[in-house]
Design a protein around this ligand. Structure first.
Ligand code: FMN
Length: 491
């Protein structure tokens, strides 16, 4: 049988063919795999497949760095080539738009069997410690089997299936901690079961094609079935086996999956974990656990991991791209015209520092774009700075951005502060006292670094005093001519 388009092993073959896969044998699970992955994320990939861990079965593998550049992200999403940041954002935005229109045609396809059922372990026989799970960072509170993982929850009222990436700590052979931030869909759905006094059924996937991770970690609105989106993106319905325990869908080509329940008031100590903000701010707290009732895995299973930490990290490139694309789409839907590009900085963890570039069309256009960008579903969580710049500025280029901020904004006029916005306990600026009082909000600065609209209308070709000063750089035509004529100086 031909391998499914959702088979991670097929993805690995393709990654190898384009020079985007390296292999590492015998690395130490305690810190070494984490440190290698950290170094690799700072240089933008390739993906690394780790094997042969001391004390574990050979062939039980760990993959990191799956989407650290445009080649591997493109391989995952279905496009090719080295592309710059804004071009990748545009490609992804285009795909998201197309997917939204067609997702209804790609519901999951129930099948009776699949590679994931090669090994089935039930109840007390479940032992998650057979899998090689790295200790990612020096101050981590244990082994996190789930970083590049994702979970399936089903809304008990509407039946909507949500896929979300929420970290998972191994706390015993058949029990795992599961931190889900307030406001995230898995948290909201779980609470609905608990409000009825029922346990919340869940499927957790610890290894699969990275497309599911990209969609599971994208802030898409409630009601979106990311499995149908994955199907629409791949042009193939996702084959799933009906979970024998929970009835939830289990992707047939996944590598490692568990089914279980999160019971009301069932909590254990979780964390800390080096987080995407670059800190261990979440600390160690009591968090809900999932009691694992069944484990399924392929022969020679591969855990897909995405260890975070001080950015750039394993996740920050895809976070920036996926979030930038989603915000750009949101601005379009909100009717904000002439958006050249959106970039959510990797350095801000792919959440906290947003820049939007626009061609100003009317007074107030700039403020409108920046305010929506940092408060919509895709851009709302933990945003701290939302900057709007003109269309001659590439928002993903820090020199461009700092030049615009330095020369086109007047702090006393151009910075507005929004208060009590959506944040969470991972925000290092929120104190323990505030966390205890559930004051889980932040403020955010909306900064207009566009040429003031009234002066833009009067920008002069030559400086006359009243218009905004012309930019002091050679025109593109002059630069092109000069480069051609003096080519030997610029090789
Ligand atoms: C590697 C990785 C780890 C993440 N860990 C968590 C986590 O532990 N808890 C959480 O709430 N969100 C986490 N996220 C972010 C969510 O996956 C993301 O915000 C997603 O949109 C949530 O899905 P939802 O909107 O359906 O709830 C993580 C994302 C990635 C890529």
């Amino acid at each position: 049988m031909a391998a499914s388009v959702f088979d991670l092993r097929r993805w690995l073959e393709k990654a190898e063919a384009i020079g985007q896969l390296k292999k590492a044998e015998g690395a130490d699970l305690k810190l070494e795999v984490g440190a290698i992955s950290e170094l690799n994320s700072k240089r933008g990939g390739p993906a690394i497949l780790f094997d042969n861990f001391e004390g574990y079965k050979a062939g039980f593998r760990v993959l990191t760095g799956s989407t650290l550049n445009s080649l591997t992200l493109g391989l995952t999403m279905g496009f090719e080539g080295h592309l710059d940041n804004l071009a990748v954002v545009d490609k992804v935005a285009e795909k998201l738009r197309a997917v939204e229109a067609t997702a209804n045609d790609y519901p999951v396809e129930f099948v009776t069997d699949g590679p994931i059922m090669e090994n089935v372990v039930k109840e007390d026989d479940v032992d998650l410690t057979i899998f090689p799970v790295p200790v990612w960072h020096e101050l981590d509170g244990g082994e996190f089997i789930g970083t590049g993982c994702w979970q399936i929850h089903q809304d008990p009222e509407s039946g909507w299936t949500n896929v979300g990436t929420y970290r998972v700590q191994t706390l015993g052979k058949n029990v795992v901690g599961n931190y889900i931030s307030p406001g995230h869909h898995g948290n909201i759905i779980r609470q609905k079961y608990w409000d009825r006094g029922e346990p919340c059924p869940v499927v957790m996937c610890f290894g699969a094609h990275p497309l599911f991770l990209l969609l599971g970690s994208s802030d898409v609105p409630a009601g979106v079935d990311e499995l149908a989106w994955a199907g629409a993106l791949a042009g193939n319905r996702v084959p799933v086996v009906k979970g024998p325990v929970t009835g939830l869908p289990i992707p047939a080509d996944a590598e490692v999956v568990v089914e279980g329940y999160a019971y009301p008031n069932d909590q254990l100590t979780e964390g800390p974990l080096g987080e995407f903000t670059g800190y261990y701010a979440g600390g160690q707290t009591l968090e809900p656990v999932v009691r694992v009732k069944a484990l399924y895995y392929r022969n020679d299973p591969i855990l897909l991991a995405s260890p975070v930490g001080r950015p750039p990290n394993d996740t920050s490139y895809q976070f920036s791209i996926m979030r930038s694309a989603a915000i750009k789409e949101t601005l379009r839907k909100a009717g904000v015209p002439a958006v050249r590009g959106v970039w959510v900085s990797e350095a801000g963890g792919g959440r906290m520092f947003l820049a939007t570039s626009i061609t100003q069309k009317y007074a107030g256009h700039a403020g409108q774009a920046a305010a929506i960008a940092c408060n919509c579903q895709a851009g709302g969580l933990m945003a701290r700075y939302s900057i709007v710049v003109d269309d001659d500025i590439d928002p993903s280029n820090n020199d461009d951005l700092i030049w615009a901020l330095s020369t086109r904004s007047d702090p006393q006029e151009d910075i507005d502060i929004l208060r009590q916005c959506w944040s969470n306990p991972l925000d290092p600026m929120i104190t323990d006292e505030d966390k205890a009082r559930k004051r889980l909000w932040n403020s955010r600065a909306v900064i207009n670094a566009c040429i003031p609209f009234d002066r833009l209308a009067r920008v002069a070709k030559t400086y006359k005093g009243e218009a905004f000063a012309p930019v002091a750089e050679a025109t593109p035509d002059l630069l092109k001519e000069t480069k051609e004529k003096w080519a030997h100086l610029f090789e």
